[in-house]
Design a protein around this ligand. Structure first.
Ligand SMILES: Nc1ncnc2c1ncn2[C@@H]1O[C@H](COP(=O)(O)OP(=O)(O)OP(=O)(O)O)[C@@H](O)[C@H]1O
Ligand SMILES: [Mn+2]
Length: 512
């Protein structure tokens, strides 16, 4: 009897011990997943987000910059638990900088990046062939438009979009003082829609909106603005945000690129402006949800089923409307694989992710070995980093202009997904090539040193959009913070290139 009682006690103690262990283990696992400590071997952020042991701190890899940047600026105040990979790297040496609340940030003096301002103003080391701030050396006086190349002038009854197409030039989609952009935005946002068909291509649902004399590409709203990229979603499984398309157009314009088609927001009546004029195939996918809202899902390769339907409230729906590119039969385009594209596989990495000398490889290959294209990729990295767009797999150019023309900035639906996280790997082209177009650097410095920070300029630019406010507030602060990150990366490059740099004469006023 005594023996059995003792056995029961031992068993109870054992059970108690086991339970305590299980609880502790679970807590450890949860902490690991939250803080990415690495015990479980699973990382919330992909493992390439970590600093690799053995990296020479003086080589220009993304990992080193990420580590140094995180130690220096301590952006962790703005980071969520999923983004701590860098902060766990902090050692005691950086004592004064480590505190996550970073109260020091408020007292920090504004770094006006005088060294970089000097670089762009005085043109020290600005050349086609070497240095960090570069010019493309192309002939900017040779800038024919599509109209000129095709010997077509706009007719009296041409639509604004047709006129816009004819003025697309070798160096930009529209001039800085374009008389068509605002008019186009207004027309796309207000003119009656006459027919709607699903747009082929791409992974997510898009509609081609036909007006009486022009077309637009419609991407529907799927979430409220404050919804962020789900932590378990990869960049390639992330849903698209219509507001990102709108904001990207404004951002591209503010940066002086003018390589993105004009995009506006518009609120539709799903019944009268889509359903009643929809193409038969699209019509088949309409239904009424249990909540009594009108919904449709279209047909596409990923998210086109009942579970991912797009629903009105009950039949109003917001979306982005991008002015249509010229028809391919009129102006053909060439699609290029982006050298720094991601692997689009949940376990594989791309070559640039483990080869810190990747840029020297790219520099050898046409069209990156000469002309403007490599600098254009740097611009694209700036645009994508500012909005957090990781989905840049391909890009397109207009064939008619040959190789020495701008790449189109298309498809920004996956930007503006994470306001509290700066995805340094998007800067890989800049960090690995250590170059940036002089004019782009100059524009970034202008926004950084004010009086108008990028956030304010963007806010003002988007204020008149029909679906304003376009962006969730935290994205604005992220923009100004990311401008600083880019400037810091450029400064690191300049310092690394060493001070013995030869002084070159400026040979070109504008680089884009
Ligand atoms: N404004 C536009 N006018 C006409 N065609 C466009 C326009 N924008 C994009 N396209 C074309 O439509 C294709 C798909 O567009 P987009 O990339 O925005 O869609 P997506 O569903 O996000 O694609 P993906 O899944 O490949 O990322 C593009 O490759 C481009 O050729
Ligand atoms: Mn896309």
């Amino acid at each position: 009897m005594k023996f059995t009682i003792r056995m029961i006690r031992i068993r109870d103690k054992l059970m108690l011990g086991l339970s305590a262990f299980a609880i502790l283990f679970t807590i450890l696992l949860v902490m690991d997943l939250q803080m990415d400590l690495g015990y479980s071997g699973h990382h919330l952020v992909p493992s390439h987000g970590r600093v690799r042991v053995g990296d020479d701190p003086n080589t220009g890899t993304i990992y080193n910059f990420r580590r140094r940047y995180l130690q220096r600026t301590n952006a962790s105040k703005e980071q969520t638990s999923g983004d701590m990979s860098g902060t766990t790297q902090n050692s005691g040496k950086d004592g004064e900088n480590v505190g996550r609340e970073s109260r020091t940030e408020k007292t920090e003096v504004h770094d006006n990046f005088r060294d970089l301002v000097d670089l762009v103003e005085k043109g020290y080391g600005v050349s086609v062939y070497e240095g960090v701030a570069r010019i493309s050396g192309e002939d900017h006086t040779y800038n024919p438009t599509i109209g000129e190349m095709k010997k077509i002038s706009p007719k009296k009854n041409s639509s604004t979009l047709e006129k816009f197409h004819l003025q697309i030039s070798r160096t930009e989609l529209y001039p800085q003082n374009s008389k068509y952009v605002d008019q186009l935005l207004h027309e796309i946002a207000t003119k009656p829609i006459v027919h709607v068909v699903q747009k082929e291509g791409g992974t997510q649902l898009k509609l081609q909106i036909n007006y009486s004399n022009m077309q637009a590409l419609f991407k529907p709203m799927r979430f409220p603005r404050e919804q962020q990229t789900l932590p378990n979603h990869f960049y390639f499984t992330d849903f698209e945000r219509h507001t990102a398309e709108i904001a990207a157009f404004h951002l591209d314009r503010l940066l002086g690129f003018r390589r993105a088609m004009p995009v506006t927001g518009r609120t539709l009546n799903l019944t009268t402006e889509i359903y009643q004029i929809a193409d038969g195939e699209l019509l088949k996918t309409f239904f009424v949800s249990p909540a009594g809202n009108i919904c449709f899902h279209g047909k596409c390769s990923y998210y086109c089923d009942t579970a991912h339907a797009i629903c009105g409230n009950p039949d109003t729906l917001e979306g982005s409307f991008a002015a249509f590119l010229p028809d391919k039969s009129f102006v053909a385009r060439k699609a290029w694989r982006h050298p720094w594209r991601r692997s689009y596989h949940k376990r594989k990495k791309a070559q640039w992710e483990h080869d810190s000398d990747y840029c020297s490889l790219v520099k050898e290959i046409p069209p990156y070995n000469e002309g403007r294209r490599l600098l254009d990729l740097m611009d694209m990295a700036v645009l994508d980093f500012l909005m957090g767009n990781m989905d840049r797999h391909h890009y397109e150019t207009f064939k008619i202009f040959g190789n020495n023309t701008f790449p189109l900035h298309l498809d920004h639906g996956r930007g503006f997904g994470r306001a509290f996280h700066d995805e340094i790997s998007i800067l890989a082209p800049i960090l690995q090539c250590c170059m940036i177009r002089q004019t782009t650097l100059s524009t970034l410095l202008k926004f950084h040193n004010g009086p108008d920070p990028l956030s304010e300029a963007l806010r003002r630019s988007m204020a008149k959009d029909p679906v304003a406010p376009v962006l969730w507030e935290p994205h604005f602060a992220a923009l100004d913070r990311r401008v600083r990150v880019i400037l810091q990366a450029i400064r690191d490059c300049v310092n690394r290139e060493d001070s013995s740099q030869v002084v070159h004469e400026k040979t070109e006023d504008t680089g884009s």
